[in-house]
Structure formats: C-alpha cells, structure tokens
Design a protein around this ligand. Structure first.
Ligand SMILES: Cc1cc2nc3c(=O)[nH]c(=O)nc-3n(C[C@H](O)[C@H](O)[C@H](O)COP(=O)(O)OP(=O)(O)OC[C@H]3O[C@@H](n4cnc5c(N)ncnc54)[C@H](O)[C@@H]3O)c2cc1C
Length: 229
C-alpha cells in the first residue's frame, strides 16, 4: 500500500493484489483497510483482493503480464512483491535455546530465554504481550524491538524489569499518517473524519477509534465497496 501510494504520480497504472478481503486486514483491521483502500481507489489505484499471483509472464527477464488465481491478467512492466519475513535463527538450531514451531526464540517477560543469562529481543523474539493477557506473540516493529532491547539490558544488569510496552506502529499513505497502538482484534468501533488516522486498539478494552481520517473515505466506509474488476 505504501509503495502504491508513493507511485501514484509516477506510474501510469498501479494495481494492488492481495490475498485478504481488505489491505492491512490482519494488522490494522477491516475498517482501516477499507478506508485506506478507498483513499487509493480515489486516486485510480486498482485492487484485486481475495486473489493471488499464480504466474508471472515475461520476455528476456522483463515482466510483461501477471496472471491471477481469479483468471485476471494484469499487464505490467514492474512487479513489487511483499514476501513478509522469516526469522534468521538457523544458527541457533541444535542449541538449548527454545524456539517455537516458526523458529522464533521464546522468551519470558524479562526477555530471558530458557537458558540462564541468554536474552533475546526484537524481531526474533516470541514474547508474552502484557496487553494481550500475556499471549505469546511476535511483533516486528521498531518500537517493540527498542523497548525489548532496553528491558533485556536492564535484566542483564539484574535490574529486574518486566516488559509492559504497548505495541505502536505508524506509517504514511498519501500524506496521511496512520498511527496504531495496541493489538489487532476483530472488533473495531467508532469512525469519524479528520486529516490523519489514529487507531487505538487495546485488546482488553476491545475498542478502536479513528479520530482523524480522510473525510470522504470515512464517509464511504458506510457504503458497500464495489471493486473494479
Ligand atoms: C522493508 C522493511 C520495512 C519496515 N518498515 C517498518 C516500519 O515502517 N515501521 C516499523 O516499526 N518497523 C518496520 N520494519 C520492521 C523493523 O525494521 C524491525 O522490526 C526492526 O528492525 C527489528 O529490529 P531487530 O534489532 O530485532 O532486528 P534487525 O533490525 O533485523 O537487526 C538484526 C541484526 O542482526 C544481524 N544478524 C543476523 N544474524 C546474525 C548473526 N548470525 N550474527 C550476527 N549478526 C546477525 C543482522 O545483520 C541485523 O543487523 C520494517 C522492516 C523491513 C524489512
């Protein structure tokens, strides 16, 4: 979405293909997904959601067409693929350090692994999230990596300190800032209109609000969304 937003005045056509119904659905929720999708739709970006790339056709190493699972074929000369991330933890295989099934290192609220005096913080850590009833999660954001690094350091120094940090994330789309604090749940409520977007989604309170968003997009979230396919 950020790349699509940045390319709006640079590319002749822009198409976003996503496997979920809405962009950001699993991270920021459906309502933010819908608003941001409307913002980009209004700028001419095309969306193929609930779809997948099945084949990339090219000539001499140059992409020409992208074939989707739905059967749609998109003409393109540049394809940007968001592949996500996986933990780089192979070097820990065979050690006593406990990892989960996805190879993230499991730590407690002090960022301590199961091995004494071995700590882990940041993207590699699967940790108990205080605002999610200490559910073990992995959150790949700068804010969380920095907070965890600090907690790990304090505990290495025997200054016993728990991680209580609330996940926080921000991004920018079409000069509008999206700020997100908390953890995504399926429940969101309360939309109003303003120039940037603030989402607060506390797992316990189960409440999300957007107190500042694109007025036209916010208005349109009350309407059914028809995708141009
Ligand atoms: C394209 C991209 C965009 C992002 N955008 C955002 C954003 O907008 N906002 C946000 O909050 N987060 C963003 N992130 C996530 C953010 O970058 C990470 O959450 C953060 O960098 C995690 O910090 P870290 O220290 O855990 O890991 P890293 O920053 O990945 O640092 C790990 C370091 O360990 C080194 N390393 C790896 N293996 C070994 C080894 N065996 N021995 C020695 N060193 C090793 C690596 O080279 C690296 O320097 C983005 C990530 C990417 C990839």
């Amino acid at each position: 979405m950020e790349v699509a937003s940045y390319m709006i005045d640079k590319a002749s056509t822009i198409t976003v293909v996503g496997s979920s119904e809405m962009p950001y659905q699993n991270t920021l929720g459906r309502e933010v997904g819908k608003i941001t999708m409307m913002m980009l739709l209004e700028k001419g970006v095309r969306f193929y959601m609930n779809d997948q790339v099945m084949e990339i056709k090219g000539v001499n190493g140059q992409v020409k067409e992208v074939v989707l699972k739905s059967g749609n074929v998109i003409t393109a000369d540049v394809l940007i693929v968001g592949i996500g991330s996986i933990p780089n933890s192979e070097y820990l295989q065979g050690t006593k350090i406990k990892m989960n099934s996805k190879n993230f290192v499991v730590v407690d609220k002090f960022m301590q692994t199961n091995v004494p005096d071995v700590f882990c913080a940041g993207d590699l850590a699967s940790f108990p999230l205080a605002v999610a009833k200490n559910q073990l999660v992995n959150i790949g954001h700068w804010q969380m990596a920095q907070a965890q690094g600090r907690i790990a350091a304090l505990n290495m120094l025997k200054k016993t300190t728990e991680l209580t940090s609330v996940p926080y994330y921000w991004t920018v789309l079409l000069s509008r800032t999206i700020r997100y604090a908390g953890r995504q749940t399926d429940q969101h409520s309360g939309l109003s209109s303003c120039p940037s977007l603030y989402v607060c989604n506390w797992t316990r309170i189960r409440e999300a609000f957007i107190d500042a968003c694109c007025p036209r997009a916010a208005h349109k979230t009350n309407q059914s969304l028809t995708l141009p396919m």
